[in-house]
Design a protein around this ligand. Structure first.
Ligand SMILES: C[C@H](CCC(=O)NCCS(=O)(=O)O)[C@H]1CC[C@H]2[C@@H]3[C@H](O)C[C@@H]4C[C@H](O)CC[C@]4(C)[C@H]3C[C@H](O)[C@]12C
Length: 312
């Protein structure tokens, strides 16, 4: 399971929990402007925007789980098994393999608005990165300070939804989560009022009772609601340290604790890492399951004119 959120608190932040039962070789990776991005069907970007994110260690292509480019455009892939439907490449139009879409969009586009111009013609193909790396069934959240989208490649084709929540988790498709949020509009961070009956003497006896009914489990739909409730009620001083700390508190509230989520294979899903990027400064903050110290990698501290992937 995974949860991705945006957070506006003076600066604009983007990040996610990556929940999985094993490592995928995750390494903080910077793709500098002159690293040749070679796509299977969509040509080559020899010069492009630089980006930073978590990728599977690989020298030939940045296999990002999520990344942010130097213009402040951010994108993350989250599991979408059974719902994602990729097409066979036929050599026509704009065809991108599922593992290429993050690098392609962030390499080329400075904003969501710019990316939207390509979505109409885009097709996601089922091309595998390698024999050992078949395509991962994903959907994506794409965001900048102005706008947030969910991109889903389903049976009928590529769909893009505006995402006013700035939250994404996993199955079912986004339209379900959007509708489901209506069920929770009564939740409040304040003390609840007795609306049951004015003939009954009902009153709050502790703090936090306005949000009774907020789902506490690890399912995708529950994490969506919980992350949205916490994010939209969040209050933090508009300073970098406070914003990043607040961001991780929200992610912590939807994190997997080892043992609480057993997969069909009998393994345990855990929050392998949590990350938060300041999209203006390009600083990538992250912490891992066994090390809660927050580390920071500043993309501008490396030579962004380089031509080889930089692993931190
Ligand atoms: C498993 C990750 C998503 C985590 C998630 O959403 N879990 C939810 C589980 S569940 O639905 O609730 O069961 C995804 C996100 C990005 C994916 C990786 C990236 O797409 C990059 C490459 C792509 C290759 O095709 C496969 C390996 C891979 C390295 C992917 C492995 C894996 O599928 C990742 C790491």
């Amino acid at each position: 399971m995974c949860t991705c959120i945006t957070y506006l608190n003076n600066d604009f932040y983007f990040g996610r929990n990556l929940d999985l039962d094993c490592s995928f070789g995750e390494t903080v990776t910077i793709t500098p402007r002159n690293f040749p991005l070679v796509f299977r069907q969509a040509g080559q970007q020899d010069h492009h925007y630089a980006m930073i994110g978590m990728a599977s260690a690989c020298d030939s292509f940045p296999l990002y789980a999520e990344a942010v480019n130097e213009k402040g455009l951010a994108m993350a892939g989250l599991n979408f098994p059974g719902s994602a439907s990729y097409k066979k490449a036929v050599g026509e139009g704009l065809e991108l393999a599922s593992f290429e879409i993050i690098a392609w969009i962030l390499g080329k586009c400075a904003s969501v608005a710019e990316a939207e111009e390509y979505l109409g013609e885009m097709k996601i193909t089922d091309t595998a990165f390698s024999d050992r790396m078949p395509p991962a069934p994903l959907h994506w959240m794409l965001a900048d300070r102005e706008k947030c989208l969910v991109i889903e490649a389903v049976e009928e084709g590529l769909k893009a939804y505006e995402n006013p929540f700035g939250v994404l988790t996993n199955n079912p498709p986004f339209e379900y989560h959007r509708m489901n949020m209506n069920n929770y509009m009564n939740l409040t961070a304040e003390n609840p009022q007795n609306r049951l009956s004015d003939k009954l003497d009902l009153k709050p006896y502790a703090q936090g009772m306005g949000a009774i009914g907020l789902p506490g489990d690890a399912s995708s739909t529950s994490r969506f609601v919980r992350a949205a409730f916490l994010k939209w009620n969040s209050v933090a001083p508009e300073e970098e340290k406070a914003s990043v700390s607040q961001f991780f508190h929200i992610l912590d509230s939807v994190a997997m604790v080892r043992g609480a989520v057993v997969t069909e294979q009998g393994t345990y899903d855990i929050t392998t890492y949590s990350c938060c990027v300041n999209t203006r400064t390009g600083v990538y903050y992250y912490k891992t399951y066994d090390d809660s110290r927050v580390r920071a990698v500043d993309m501008h501290e490396t030579d962004l004119e380089g031509s080889a992937l930089i692993k931190k």
